[in-house]
Design a protein around this ligand. Sequence first.
Ligand code: MV4
Length: 501
Amino acid sequence: MPPIRKILVANRGEIALRIMRTAREMGIATVAVYSEADRTSPHVRYADEAVCLGAAPSSESYLNIDKILKACQDLHADAIHPGYGFLSENAGFAARVRNAGLIFIGPSPESIEIMGSKLAAKQAASKYNIPMVPGTPDAIDDRDEAKQIARGIGYPILIKASAGGGGKGMRVVENEAEFDEQMDRAVSEAKAAFGDGSVFIEKYITSPKHIEIQVLGDHHGNIIHLFERECSIQRRHQKVVEEAPSISITPEIREEMGRCAVDVARSCNYYGAGTVEFIMNEKKNFYFLEMNTRLQVEHPVTEMITGVDLVKEMILIAEGRPLAIAQENLHIRGHAIEVRVYAEDAANHFLPDIGTLHTYVKPDGNGVRVDDGFEQGMEIPIYYDPMISKLITYGEDRETAIRKMTRAIDEYQISGVQTTLSFCRFVMQHEAFVNGSFDTNFVSRYFHPDALSTNTGHGEASLAAVISVLLNNTSTEQKPVQNEEVAVNASKWKARRFAAH
Ligand code: MV4
């Protein structure tokens, strides 16, 4: 494959900028695409050339394959980077890019297709010795047979949609009496969300840690892993805090999990950057869940601890070059934490907030990285994901990275929209986060809006809190939230969002 000279970035916001910056460092020209809502966005100004795709809704712009391919042809781009979300895991899009004679900076359509189905992924992975949660190997068509299997596994079990993602079509079944009802719900949810009602069952791991491994594969069959990211701090399947490395695994588990991740990638002849997801139970047994065939939001923490520019590697791989990094030359150095800053009101059920960034002043200094796609004075569009930025800190060890994060959060000045920054500070100060005894239930177990510090000053109180937690002489245990009631008041976001459609 020839060297790439011009990349069209089929995305927006922070990830579009992130990709263009590396392209520029490599001497590769960039084309931005944008919707009418993003005319003034930094990613549009940063690119060498830019094409307006159309109206704000994604279907008219960032998801419109015909318009994106036409922009490539018109501006003679020879490659497309899809970023994350939008068309990044659309096998049909990857195939159309290839058929148009262009380079898709990502995996093959075949790999995307296999890993897009949880059942196909498990089937492919079963060629290797990879631990998987006990369950049914195929979609369920006979309920009595499925109940038999469930009895054998032992309740609680989990019904999952094969085409699923983000927890949709997932149902916990506590006992056999609930089986049929939950099965009906899972199937209809899966049909509605994915147009595919295939479901399967697994033993339900009640308090898992979510750990994922970054992999890179080339077109010559070489595959390496770049260690793990700990992603257990999430809310309703939306990650909030990610870090690398995980404090919960030993070097032995890391090596074994890395070997498994490489084999999962090998099972679908993977090339490009990908992420293999695992859950780990209290006994530190881990199980393969699924593979994400894209660059992930949280990739920076891996970049910080390995020194590898993942976007650069993706581009070199797409050019057909063999990986220049050997597994034995990769080492973890230091510790990195990322928090996602969303335009959401953590004090009010994390309702998306809209408005103008009246004040927007980023933190800075040693060990601080901010990946964002907005500037002071800009409006947060209502059409897309409400993530404003990713705040990443890096230090020689976890304690240093936490201290830097707390300092950086307190320096970050945002007014005009509510953000999740105060929630992120809450996490950094929480004993269970600091001592590592958290799992995927962290937010529902510990978070209550009353816990949000109203302190917006320059962090003396919060710094004192984190120090006292680090010194292990205080308990910040919060009362568990029993149930998250659904907000009843129609938010201004919802009102405007519906008005916009
Ligand atoms: C599980 C699980 C427990 N047991 N599977 C959630 C979304 C999808 N990626 C898989 N998920 C889970 N699968 C079994 N057999 C718990 C989850 C899960 C979860 C996984 C990763 C990160 C956060 C999570 C939050 C709740 C549930």
